[in-house]
Design a protein around this ligand. Structure first.
Ligand SMILES: [Zn+2]
Length: 283
């Protein structure tokens, strides 16, 4: 048996009909799955959360017609819907340049979830320039709806269990691309998702209190603290100062773990939370 295809490109370029034929194997060979390898692991290591900064209709259109996509979309509508736009085993285009936990090219190894949320409220969109701010404060961000939080909880619980994803690898876009991205923003309920639904990573308060030690903090060099960020998973440069790219990492960390006080400065509490996380989730 042969399979014949008409090559349209060639036909157009040569202005001639061109038919190529290849022999098909018959009968087909069998794929035998009775032996299974031990040396393997999951392809998916991360779940990355985003906000779309657009309304439902525009989000759906952008994520289905342009060169940007996500596996799932959580709309803002008050119904029971979660949209799946890309199958889990295929690659969606949501992460872009960045890295986390020693990996780059996170589109290859993650599931992307977009949530319909304004992000920075309309009236604050131009605030950085207008008010000469380096970073958006907490109150510029728009809250997520309760029904969205419950949809996120169900979806992330399922995916984390199915693909055996480590708690600290459930991250925001800003965690992996701190100099480019601020989503899912300061109002994303990381603490609630952890405490109510067992999702993601969160520090123990007692550990944080243990590390709230001003003398110990004062003895840390910038290199030591940057290493602690690296130990947790953040990609941070090794300059000996808190330059803008380094402050972007501090801001991303605070968006996730101290969203009520976004200073983008290294301080005792930020340090204590980082150490508490490394104590709990370190290798
Ligand atoms: Zn994003």
């Amino acid at each position: 048996m042969t399979k014949c295809t008409l090559s349209l490109a060639l036909t157009l370029s040569l202005a001639l009909p061109l038919i190529s034929c290849v022999a098909l194997t018959e009968p087909p060979f069998e794929i035998d799955r009775s032996y299974q390898a031990q040396g393997k692991n999951q392809r998916i290591h991360f779940i990355i959360l985003h906000y779309t900064a657009e309304d439902d209709a525009t989000s759906l259109e952008m994520l289905t017609t342009k060169n940007v996509s996500a596996h799932y979309l959580i709309p803002s509508t008050d119904d029971n819907k979660i949209y799946q736009l890309v199958p889990d085993h295929e690659r969606a285009w949501h992460a872009g340049k960045g890295g986390f936990a020693g990996r780059s090219v996170l589109n290859d190894t993650s599931i992307g979830i977009e949530i319909v949320n304004e992000g920075i409220a309309q009236q604050y969109r131009g605030a950085l320039k207008r008010d000469n701010l380096s970073y958006h404060p907490t109150e510029h961000y728009v809250a997520f709806q309760d029904i969205q939080v419950r949809k996120i909880a169900q979806l992330v619980q399922d995916l984390a269990e199915k693909y055996e994803i480590e708690p600290k690898n459930i991250i925001g876009h800003s965690d992996m691309a701190p100099s480019r991205k601020i989503d899912p923003g300061a109002k994303f309920p990381w603490e609630r998702l952890y405490k109510e639904f067992g999702i993601g990573a969160w520090y123990d308060e007692a550990d944080k209190q243990h590390f709230m030690n001003q003398q110990a903090f004062a003895r840390q060099s910038i290199a030591d603290i940057k290493q602690a960020f690296r130990d947790y998973g953040y990609a941070i440069n090794d300059t000996d100062e808190w330059d803008k790219p380094s402050r972007n990492v501090i801001y991303a960390f605070q968006l996730h773990f101290r969203p009520d006080n976004l200073s983008a400065e290294m301080d005792l509490e930020t340090y204590a939370i980082l150490r508490a996380l490394n104590k709990k989730y370190g290798d």
